[in-house]
Ligand binder design. Structure first.
Ligand code: HEM
Length: 445
């Protein structure tokens, strides 16, 4: 195989997915039993353990996929295998550093990047190596880039910039001005998500083109329009996250409009692709196809939720409730994770063309995952509505009484969270086995 390290990225990503969900389940257990393992891992540590690990799943899987696609599917000569290996080693070492930082409570970072701030340095170096490898492999070697090459390249560059921006608070110029600091923090956070979306959505378009065996989807006007919209969203879309910051209203409306339109277009691209796909192809790539369809359904569901709670009058009541968590988990699981699972399974079909996607175990996994995710998401929404009602419309009910009244919602959330774990394990474990086999084999596609 040309670049086996790509498989190591994907295998590590899948392990991070399972581990990350286990952390989530433990955090969910603490909703019900606040003292559960509190001495060793309190909620404020379990949460970063969970969130960082699942974000690592997204980033490692997208990265591994891109390495695999450019050096194996696209039959290009990777610029440097050594750089890929170094990138992998740096990310693994930093991951261990982050866990130590969380476990020992040596945190000090801001939301979503709570680990010791110096650990951002190796992360940035890893992205730099990835960028060098990516552009050196492609620039001048491929003419008339399809949109997914642009999306991946843009994602890598903006990832470096926005991860650096997330640490501007270390500079007194930003730290000493509350509004400026808060605005930059949210901007960096929103754009960080925008950057990984570039990698993931680029992967979705790549998969649609390759599964169909028709590259027009990667070169059509609609896809490029989607790319430019995503780019604008990446740079300016953060504004609709911060209703509390005093910005001009039009800035928020434009940002909001762009992010909603971006989803509508992605929804439309996947929908049209799916309608024009021959039945034989749907059968051949059964599960990668199914996961892309699932992503489309979740784009639709999240679009409705986001349209509703971005209305300022509604946003006022949803802020700080589980509705926001439903939005983040609805998108990171329903859209990012499903597209990436389609990518993993597509890679499996390349390393083992005889792999049977119709196996019962996989079909069950897919069904359990879908049902669980839907109920899990609804339970969060209902818990959020109830909490919002307590915050704004009731008086004299204590926090602990309100938490007690949420008991059954938390039970359902936890139960179906475990369902997500079981469903995904049924798919992820066979995938890991296939990829590990391919890694050990001398030659693969
Ligand atoms: C692929 C799977 C998953 C992904 C990508 C994911 C992603 C996330 C993200 C991004 C957040 C941060 C939410 C925010 O700040 O608004 C979060 C929080 C959380 N997740 Fe997950 N999650 C996953 C699965 C699970 C599962 C199965 C559970 C288990 C029951 C779970 C439990 C939690 C809990 C308890 C929080 C903290 C919410 C809070 O602050 O109150 N997650 N997750």
């Amino acid at each position: 195989m040309k670049n086996k390290t790509a498989l190591l990225f994907v295998i590590t990503a899948l392990l991070a997915l399972l581990l990350g969900i286990l952390f989530g389940v433990l955090a969910g257990l603490q909703y019900l039993l606040p003292d559960f393992v509190k001495e060793i891992l309190s909620f404020d540590r379990l949460r970063p353990f969970h969130v960082t690990t699942v974000i690592s799943w997204i980033i490692l899987c997208a990265t591994g996929g891109i390495y695999f696609y450019i050096s194996n599917s696209e039959k290009l000569q990777i610029f440097s295998k050594k750089l890929t290996q170094t990138h992998f080693v740096i990310f693994i070492a930093t991951g261990i550093g982050i866990y130590i930082s969380y476990f020992t409570g040596n945190m000090g970072g801001k939301e979503y990047l709570e680990f010791a701030p110096m650990l951002i340095l190796p992360i940035l170096i890893g992205w730099l190596l990835f960028g060098i490898n990516y552009f050196k492999t492609l620039v001048g070697k491929v003419a008339n880039w399809p949109v997914y090459y642009w999306m991946w390249g843009t994602g890598i560059i903006f990832m470096m910039y926005h991860l650096s921006e997330a640490y501007f608070w270390l500079l007194p110029y930003f730290r000493e001005n509350f509004i400026k600091n808060l605005a930059i923090q949210w901007k960096a956070g929103g754009s960080f998500v925008g950057a990984w979306n570039m990698l993931v959505y680029g992967t979705a378009i790549f998969l649609m083109a390759k599964i169909k065996g028709d590259d027009t989807i990667g070169r059509q006007q609609e896809s490029f329009f989607f790319y430019f919209l995503g780019l604008t969203n990446l740079m300016f879309g953060w504004a609709h996250h911060v209703y509390i910051i005093p910005t001009e209203p039009w800035v928020r409306y434009v940002a909001y409009g762009i992010s909603m339109t971006e989803w509508i277009i992605l929804f439309h691209i996947i929908y049209t692709w799916r309608k024009t796909l021959p039945t034989a192809t749907k059968i051949k790539y059964f599960l990668p196809y199914k996961f892309l369809v699932t992503a489309d359904i979740w784009i639709f569901l999240n679009l409705i939720l986001a349209l509703l709670f971005s209305i300022p009058a509604i946003n006022l009541f949803t802020h700080g409730t589980h509705i926001t968590v439903a939005h983040s988990m609805g998108t990171t699981i329903g859209i990012n994770t499903t597209i990436l699972l389609a990518s993993v399974l597509f890679i499996v079909s390349k390393v083992n063309p005889n792999f049977n996607f119709q196996r019962n175990q996989l079909q069950w996994g897919y069904k359990i995952f879908n049902v669980s995710l839907l109920v899990f998401w609804i339970s969060l929404l209902l818990a959020g509505i109830k909490k919002s009602n307590w915050m704004y419309f009731t008086k004299g009910i204590s926090f602990s009484k309100m938490q007690e009244s949420l008991h059954w919602y938390y039970c359902v959330f936890l139960l179906f969270g475990i369902g997500i774990f079981i469903g995904l394990s049924l798919i992820v474990i066979p995938a890991i086995k296939q990829l590990a086999k391919a890694y050990q084999a001398k030659e693969i596609l």
